[in-house]
Design a protein around this ligand. Structure first.
Ligand code: HEM
Length: 125
């Protein structure tokens, strides 16, 4: 089991739901991130991230039932993700995390996960 899979049990479904809601509030206020979403309504994207995080953090596996194999890097090739855009994404996620009361050890675990995956999404200089 990878260590991230303990997060679901440690913080619970409701905090993961709030995390994605806060994250998308940040996206809606960030010009660089917001312009990646042509749709008016960010809720469907919020739900996809929510289901994905439930799954990677060790909760229900409904993301894959709905969306198939995540293939995250491949799915992100449609946007030019450089280190600057990665930082916007990570800052939005860290601001969202700051709104939750998280145990410092869990927070570190989650930050490590997000940094690792965000670095992996870089496909442009
Ligand atoms: C590094 C900068 C990143 C940028 C600019 C970015 C941008 C985006 C955008 C614009 C979407 C489309 C939203 C939608 O309609 O679902 C998306 C989808 C998604 N992103 Fe990212 N993302 C980044 C990093 C990450 C990271 C670090 C994760 C995971 C920890 C992640 C997980 C996802 C997931 C699960 C989806 C939905 C995929 C699907 O089922 O179609 N992204 N991302």
């Amino acid at each position: 089991m990878n260590p991230f899979q303990s997060v679901y049990e440690l913080i619970g479904e409701e905090k993961i739901r709030l995390l994605t809601a806060y994250f998308y509030q940040e996206v809606s206020q960030n010009r660089e991130l917001r312009k990646l979403y042509p749709e008016e309504d960010l809720k469907p994207a919020e739900r996809r991230l929510y289901l994905f995080l439930l799954q990677v953090f060790g909760g229900p596996q409904s993301y894959s039932e709905e969306r198939g194999h995540p293939r995250l890097r491949l799915r992100h090739l449609q946007w030019q993700i450089n280190p600057d855009l990665r930082d916007h994404w990570l800052n939005a996620m860290f601001s969202a995390m700051d709104k939750l009361q998280l145990d410092p050890n869990v927070k570190e675990l989650m930050m490590g996960y997000f940094i690792k995956v965000a670095n992996h999404m870089i496909n442009h200089e």
